[in-house]
Design a protein around this ligand. Structure first.
Ligand code: TRP
Length: 322
């Protein structure tokens, strides 16, 4: 039986934080490692160009994101792991898909609408963002795209583009479906709003132990008591539950009900987080200082990715008459 293909990407536009880890990296990697599906995970560096305008910064963020994927447990033997910009077929597919994508679809896309609303610069990269993303997805005959709620609409646009293409040229492209990672929108930052680098409330995934503790100490607790109103509503408790085992969570809840001090609760949160992060942090530091190993993994991934993408491109070129 043909295996399902799952694919997802991360834009290297910032230093990965706990929200990215819990909302996307950890569940996507778990899915890839535990299933028999074929998986393609990549770094969307073309997409980052919409906002990152500094070559040195883009290179550094790309490097960090590559090391983060590997440190978090991506297995490059199992998952095809690559840099979007090394796949020459992607911009070619994107150019062709431009012609089957109605302008109205782009007018309704979230990334564009948000930029317009915030008065941010609108370049054609932002405007056509979902078309490039469609090329990313459709190139590998993807069935499922594990993403957070915020990328759902972009994935649906990829499905619309595939359907429009097939309607004109006959059955050529596989129709993908978003596979929504439920947690993604629920991870709060230090101030209780959604964890996001733009709110300046994020805890970086890989900082030193002392820094991690420092961030945890900054979590706003105001004057409420741990036992009031419900322990599970506190950010400290919620973060704890993302990292702890069931019995630990239960014990923590009891401690909250008994009125544990905030300082104590934060120390326990630090310990449970650090336990999971520590081995990954060590791997991350290793990869950052042995980047040639990461480069060779990415090269190998690009070769494997292009094997599939070039076949799709041949089919697409043939279908349109080029
Ligand atoms: N747009 C995604 C983000 O902002 C990154 C991305 C690019 C992506 N191409 C993709 C995600 C294809 C899933 C599938 O994080």
């Amino acid at each position: 039986m043909k295996k399902n293909v799952i694919l997802t990407g991360i834009k290297p536009t910032g230093v990965p934080h706990i929200g990215n880890y819990l909302g996307m990296l950890r569940p996507a990697i778990k899915k890839a490692n535990e299933s028999t599906d074929e998986s393609f995970f990549f770094i969307a560096d073309y997409h980052a160009l919409t906002t990152v305008k500094d070559a040195k910064l883009l290179r550094e963020l790309t490097r960090q994101v590559a090391c983060v994927w590997l440190a978090c447990g991506l297995d490059p033997k199992k998952t095809v792991f690559y840099l979007q910009s090394q796949i020459k077929e992607i911009p070619e597919l994107s150019t062709i898909f431009m012609n089957v994508c109605p302008k109205g679809l782009m007018d309704r896309a979230h990334a564009f609408k948000a930029a317009k609303q915030d008065g941010r610069e609108i370049n054609m990269g932002i405007y056509t963002y979902p078309i490039l993303m469609s090329a990313d997805i459709l190139a590998y005959n993807t069935n499922f795209v594990p993403v957070g709620e915020d990328q759902k609409q972009h994935c649906e646009i990829a499905a619309d583009i595939a359907k429009a293409f097939n309607a004109i040229y006959g059955q050529t492209l596989v129709i993908p479906k978003p596979d929504i990672i439920k947690q993604a929108s629920l991870i709060e930052g230090l101030d209780g709003r959604k964890m996001s680098k733009s709110y300046n409330n994020a805890i970086p995934l890989f900082c030193s132990e002392a820094e991690l503790l420092g961030y945890i100490k900054k979590i706003i607790t105001d004057s409420s008591l741990p036992s009031d109103p419900k322990p599970t509503a506190h950010l400290i408790f919620k973060l704890f539950s993302h990292f702890a085992a069931a019995e630990q969570i239960k014990a923590f809840e009891t401690a909250f009900k008994r009125g544990i001090g905030w300082g104590d609760a934060k120390q326990q949160l630090f310990e449970v987080m650090n336990e999971q992060i520590k081995p990954m942090r060590e791997k991350y530091n290793y990869y950052m200082s042995h980047f040639e190993e990461v480069e060779s993994i990415l090269q190998d991934g690009a070769v494997r990715a292009r094997l599939v993408a070039s076949k799709t491109l041949d089919r697409v070129r043939g279908a349109v008459g080029i």
